[in-house]
Design a protein around this ligand. Structure first.
Ligand SMILES: Cc1cc2nc3c(=O)[nH]c(=O)nc-3n(C[C@H](O)[C@H](O)[C@H](O)COP(=O)(O)OP(=O)(O)OC[C@H]3O[C@@H](n4cnc5c(N)ncnc54)[C@H](O)[C@@H]3O)c2cc1C
Length: 366
């Protein structure tokens, strides 16, 4: 089947890009491996988060801010086109500090983020214990302060994924499940891939297969040295208490449950959950808000982040085979708007914009 563009990977990154391409008028096919694959998109925490992104990498800070700013438009467009509510709330967010050392480290980090932002306004405040208590009633004695920015928020990531798929199909895109790419041939602006669901050809291809990109990218003259990083998440029963704004590791969903998370573990492709990590997550949540200790945990899971060696996204275009692109990141909820509304139009035009080379995997070779 010949189309204008192939996107490999039907997670949050691939779906946002595929919808963006279809929206640009390109007949696009979205190929996805299936339910057995590792899928960060179905196991994440749902933050649309800005405040800690891009230390030492102002281009990533700007990219994240641009996405957070475009998120409201994304959510409205998805709601209008699919009837689905992505649950976006952007009331700002806090990072709670549970010791003087954590507070000092956080203050230093936020000051550096602001300095690196240059002319780009970066509004933040370090809140002392009283100020955070005024903002978040029910806070525990161990909380010594917090950082706050107005840019942060959260969303329902499963609704987002579902809405992106629906919008893509409604715009005329073709989604093919059980279509893991098993073979490929590449020539400039001429790509062919084989899958159990058939063969596909196009002058453009975007590799957005999450951890699967590590194997696929070299077939197209690209590199995607991503590794798995495990995160565990706990869900409480619904609670009467209201958490008005999300924190880095505690947020309240629309239906009243609390999500507690999320660990950062270097354990390869091991998807087990472990008691010690779950206990640590629950303990920190109860230190932050003692009333959480009386809630039952009703669900828990682990999932694998898609992590580059320096933690930043990888966006690239192949020098050897023009028309082939990669996209990998560990903040696919936050960056969904950037992928659909900024990245996809660049691919549609045939080249990434100046400035995007800072995200190239060539930075690792250097
Ligand atoms: C615990 C945890 C918490 C997180 N919290 C947040 C958060 O709060 N905010 C945020 O912004 N981000 C968060 N993330 C990160 C976010 O979930 C990921 O950045 C995002 O889901 C990555 O999406 P993806 O599409 O690249 O990868 P995936 O979701 O892994 O999807 C990759 C897809 O590619 C397909 N695939 C793989 N190989 C092939 C192949 N050969 N052919 C065809 N298809 C293939 C798979 O079937 C899969 O569907 C979190 C992640 C985790 C694990």
């Amino acid at each position: 089947m010949l189309v204008d563009a192939i996107v490999v990977g039907g997670g949050l990154v691939g779906s946002a890009i595929a919808w963006g391409l279809q929206r640009e008028g390109l007949a696009t096919v979205l190929l996805d491996e299936g339910d057995l694959a590792f899928r960060a998109s179905r196991g994440n925490f749902g933050l649309v988060w800005v405040q800690s992104k891009g230390l030492g990498a102002p281009h990533y800070q700007r990219w994240t801010r641009a996405s957070a700013e475009a998120w409201e438009g994304l959510a409205s467009e998805l709601a209008a086109g699919t009837g689905m509510d992505c649950g976006l709330r952007q009331p700002g967010g806090v990072h709670l500090c549970l010791s003087e050392q954590e507070f000092a480290d956080r203050a230093a980090r936020m000051a550096r983020m602001k300095a690196e932002a240059g002319n780009y306004a970066y509004d933040y405040r370090m809140l002392d214990a009283k100020e955070v208590r005024d903002m978040l009633p029910g806070l525990g004695e161990r909380v010594v302060g917090a950082s706050w920015t107005p840019y942060d928020g959260h969303a329902n990531p499963l609704n987002l994924l579902h809405a992106l798929h629906r919008a893509f199909k409604a715009a005329g895109g073709r989604y093919v499940p059980e279509a893991g790419v098993t073979g490929a041939s590449a020539a400039p602006r001429d790509f062919r891939v084989s899958t159990p669901a058939g063969d596909f050809a196009a002058p453009r291809i975007v590799l957005a297969a999450g951890l699967g990109n590590a194997k696929l990218a070299p077939l197209f003259g690209l590199a995607a040295p991503v590794r798995p990083q495990r995160g565990q998440v706990l869900v409480t029963e619904r609670t009467r208490e209201v958490l008005p704004i999300p924190t880095t590791s505690i947020r309240q969903t629309d239906d009243g449950t609390l999500l507690l998370g999320d660990s950062q573990e270097e354990v390869g492709f091991d998807l087990h959950q472990t008691q010690d990590v779950m206990a640590m997550i629950a303990q920190r949540a109860a230190w932050s808000f003692p009333w959480i200790a009386r809630l039952n945990i009703v669900r828990a899971w682990s999932a694998l982040r898609v992590m580059a060696p320096d933690g930043l996204p990888i966006y690239d275009e192949s020098e050897e085979f023009p028309g082939a692109f990669t996209a990998n990141c560990h903040s696919g909820v936050t960056l969904a708007a950037a992928h659909a509304r900024l990245f996809a139009p660049m691919v549609a035009r045939g080249a990434l914009e100046p400035g995007m080379e800072l995200f190239s995997a060539r930075r690792f070779a250097a």
